[in-house]
Write a new protein. Structure first.
Length: 223
């Protein structure tokens, strides 16, 4: 089977409530089987059987196994966007310190990642359809814009807060994935998260100091 982005796109969205419930049951079953059996151990026939639907019914919505992965990735991103959206609204209203912003970003990213085989499959094996890429970029863009605002407000944005925020968000995401892989649970994970927060703040500290110094110098200048 050719694993192209085009062939992996889900076939259609359910139009009726009953159809939507069937699709959710198929996806829940696929998620469990991918997690238990991995990519190669999961088949569309097995998904259909355990979801209690015919293979033909499954194929109405998902032409192949890859399209199931894509749909699961889309669902994960939608849930992540909802989780981040609520927290970003809270942060915007609270005007928190940079340390609080950093900790919130790390904690939220950590909450949306886990050590399951399914999670690894979603980000290593799910074909990058145009819809999935657009969904990911929209989510990332919203997070970057919010972080850039906080960097600008706290004096840590430098000459390009958006660029700095994009690097910060990408760095935290990559680091959290590594933390989850290396330290699945326990005190070691908590210590690693604390180290990550300290590392981010240490990197931003010189920029904050230089911005504060520049602002102080401007205030000293006459009229």
């Amino acid at each position: 089977m050719s694993r192209t982005a085009r062939s992996a796109a889900p076939r259609k969205a359910p139009a009726q409530r009953r159809s939507a419930e069937t699709v959710e049951r198929i996806l829940d079953t696929a998620a469990r089987l991918f997690d238990e059996r991995g990519y190669h151990g999961t088949t569309t026939n097995r998904v259909a059987e355990e979801a209690g639907v015919s293979v033909g019914s499954l194929y109405q919505y998902f032409p192949n196994k890859d399209s199931l992965l894509v749909a699961l990735a889309q669902r994960h991103l939608a849930e992540t966007a909802e989780a981040f959206g609520g927290r970003l609204v809270e942060l915007a209203a609270a005007a928190p310190s940079l340390a609080e912003v950093t900790r919130s970003l790390i904690e939220l990213t950590l909450e949306r990642n886990d050590t399951s085989q399914l999670h690894a499959l979603l980000f290593t094996d799910a074909p990058r359809t145009p819809e999935l890429v657009a969904q990911f970029e929209a989510l990332t863009g919203a997070i970057v814009a919010e972080v850039a605002g906080h960097l600008r407000r706290t004096g840590a944005g430098g000459d390009d807060p958006e660029r700095r925020a994009a690097l910060l968000v990408a760095s935290v995401d990559a680091a959290v994935h590594d933390v989850v892989r290396r330290y699945p649970v326990g005190d070691a994970r908590r210590a690693a998260v604390d180290d990550l927060a300290d590392w981010v703040l240490h990197g931003l500290a010189p920029r904050i100091r230089s911005t504060a110094a520049a602002q102080s110098e401007r205030r000293k200048r006459p009229g």
